[in-house]
Every structure is written in structure tokens, then in C-alpha cells.
Design a binder for this molecule. Structure first.
Ligand code: PEP
Length: 253
């Protein structure tokens, strides 16, 4: 019912020139197609156009995603990117609420909710991130922490097509640290996320929403997460920067 998804978050890596080379490498690695797996690549904003051109030229089997957006349509918001700027260059997904944006740039759940609404109004699929810091996990409060984020981040959203809204559960202590959550850890929270989505939007919608795991996911551990009932894919940081590693994860899915 839900296609699996592997999404790569390049973060602030790869110049325009390097990004084009990486996208070309990935197009080559995935030349035989990705089966039922939806693949998304999220480069830095200045690389988006170059990667869009590679996708078009190579007929590459992956979609283009941004890493951030602003909720206003246009105007005096120096340094920001509007949703229609993303659609105009072919981006169909956008990561919002990544813990690095929450932590370093002070993004709140209210901001993330506004971003989700703005993206959906423009037909861009949000990949809405949530996840707890280490101290919350150690206090055993991780499920309630993430459920609270989900409630705030999705408040007032209208999800008519559940394939057009994606959640990524990324425990902060596992991002870029090499410390991976176990598949059972991921299932515990991803299951609670789906239950929360069902309470808000109804079971049918919740059953169609992809919930990804993110946090040091790699070719050698991704299959274990995907065996779990409520884990539909992975949001991948470090391992998305090498075409062969990322393609191996797509194949493992
Ligand atoms: C991420 O930042 O979304 C992420 C999951 O990073 P990593 O895979 O490097 O832990």
C-alpha cells in the first residue's frame, strides 16, 4: 500500500559542480530503475537547478527535494526561498523541521507547521522531521516528545492524498554520530507516529503516509529498519554523499 522511500539529505555539502557530478553518478548507479522504491535527492539550494538538469538529461529515476523553504510567497525576506521558486525549478519534495534547523536556527514547531502548509498549497511534498534529543530518550520520554511534535507540526493540515505527506523520525542522538537506533527503537516511535496520525487524520490516511527512519542509516543496516511494520524507508545524510552507497540503500529497500 505504501511505496518505500529512500531520501538523501546532502546537507551543506557539494558545490554546484560537485553536486552535478554526484547526481550523474547516482543516475548511472540507478540506471536500471528503482522498482517500487521512491527515491528523493535533497541538495543544497544552489545545487537544485543543476541536479534538476541532470534528472532531465539522464531521465534519472529520482525526484528532487529542497532542504528548506520559507512560508511567504515573495518579498523582503533576505536569504529565504519561496515555495514557487522550488516548483519552478522542478523540486517536488522539501525537508522541513530537520533537527539541525531546529537546533542551530531556532525553528519552532509553529514555523514547521507554516512551512508544511505553504508547501502543500504549492503541491510540494513535505518531508517533515521530528525526533528527540539524548536527554529526552534517557528520561524515557521520547514517545511523548515526538507525539507532541507531530501534533504541533501537522495542526490544521489537510491531507487529501497521504502519499503527498512524509514524516521522518530522526532521533537527534543518532544523526551523524554513527550511533544508530535499533530497528525496535525505530518501530516503537514510528508506530506511535502512525497512531497519532490516525487519531488526527483517520486510519486510512495514516496508513498511506510514509514514515521514514533517519540517523546513521547505511547500506548495511537499512534492511533491518525496513523489516519493521511502521518504517517505510530512510532519510539518509552521510551515506547519501556517495552514489554507490546511496544506490546500495535503494537496492536494499
Ligand atoms: C540526517 O541528517 O537527516 C541524517 C539522517 O544524517 P545521517 O544519516 O548522517 O545520520
Amino acid at each position: 500500500m505504501r511505496n518505500r522511500m529512500i531520501a538523501g539529505n546532502w546537507k551543506m555539502n557539494e558545490t554546484y559542480t560537485e553536486g552535478v557530478v554526484l547526481a550523474q553518478g547516482l543516475a548511472k548507479e540507478l540506471a536500471d530503475g528503482t522498482g517500487d522504491v521512491d527515491v528523493v535527492v535533497c541538495p543544497p539550494a544552489v545545487d537544485l537547478k543543476g541536479v534538476a538538469e541532470v534528472i532531465e538529461q539522464e531521465n534519472a529515476p529520482f525526484a528532487l527535494g529542497a532542504q528548506n523553504v520559507y512560508w511567504e510567497e515573495s518579498g523582503a525576506f533576505t536569504g529565504e526561498t519561496a515555495p514557487n521558486m522550488l516548483t519552478n525549478i522542478g523540486a517536488t519534495y522539501c525537508i522541513i523541521g530537520h533537527s539541525e534547523r531546529r537546533g542551530y536556527f531556532g525553528e519552532t514547531d509553529e514555523d514547521i507547521n507554516k512551512k508544511a502548509k505553504a508547501l502543500m498549497a504549492h503541491g510540494i511534498v513535505p518531508i517533515s522531521c521530528c525526533g528527540e534529543p539524548l536527554e529526552v530518550r534517557e528520561a524515557g520520554k521520547h514517545v511523548e516528545f515526538v507525539v507532541d511534535q507531530i501534533k504541533k507540526d501537522t495542526e490544521g493540515l489537510e491531507i487529501t492524498d497521504p502519499s503527498k505527506f512524509v514524516v521522518a523520525y530522526e532521533p537527534i542522538w543518532a544523526i551523524g554520530t554513527g550511533k544508530t537506533a535499533t530497528a525496535d527503537d525505530a518501530q516503537e516511535v514510528c508506530g506511535a507516529i502512525r497512531k497519532t496520525l490516525a487519531d488526527i487524520f483517520g486510519k486510512e490516511t495514516a496508513d498511506g503516509i510514509r514514515v521514514l527512519y533517519g540517523g546513521s542509516a547505511k547500506p548495511n543496516n537499512v534492511a533491518g529498519f525496513l523489516e519493521k511494520e511502521d518504517v517505510d524507508g530512510a532519510l539518509v545524510g552521510g551515506a547519501s554523499l556517495k552514489a554507490d552507497s546511496f544506490a546500495a540503500m535503494v537496492k536494499a529497500a
